[in-house]
Design a protein around this ligand. Sequence first.
Ligand code: ZN
Length: 136
Amino acid sequence: MDDQKRKSAVVTGSCLCGSIRFRVRGPLRDVLVCHCVFCRRMNTHVGAYTACAVSDLEIESTRTLRWHRSSPRARRGFCSKCGSVLFWEPTPVTHISIAAGSLNAPTGLKIEAHVCAAQKGDYYEITNGPPQTQRI
Ligand SMILES: [Zn+2]
C-alpha cells in the first residue's frame, strides 16, 4: 500500500479480549521497534509502535483502558481485563503511539527503525535490516 492509500484508509485495532477497539482516521507513521527497558518489561520483549495524531484516534470503549505512568516523559495504555499493551503517549502530548501488534491487517506499514538499541536485552542481537538509532 503506498503512502497515499494509507492516508485515506481507516485502520482498526483492538486488545486481545476485544474490550477496547479503536480506529485511526488519518496517516500512520511506520513502525519503530523500541528496545528500551520500559518497552521490554511491558511487552515481554521489544515494543513495536506506529503513531498518529491524537485527533485521528477514535477509541470505541475506554471502560477497561488503564494508564501506567512509566516515567515523567510518558504513560502507557493497556487493557485491565486482558493485559494487552495498546498505547504509548508522550508528555507533553504531541502524538499517540499505537502497538503495531494490536492493528488489524492490512496496515500498509513496515518497520522503519530500531530505537534505543543501546538498551537492548543481552539475550539477542538486532540482525534485521532497518537502521538502529537512539532516538525515541
Ligand atoms: Zn482486553
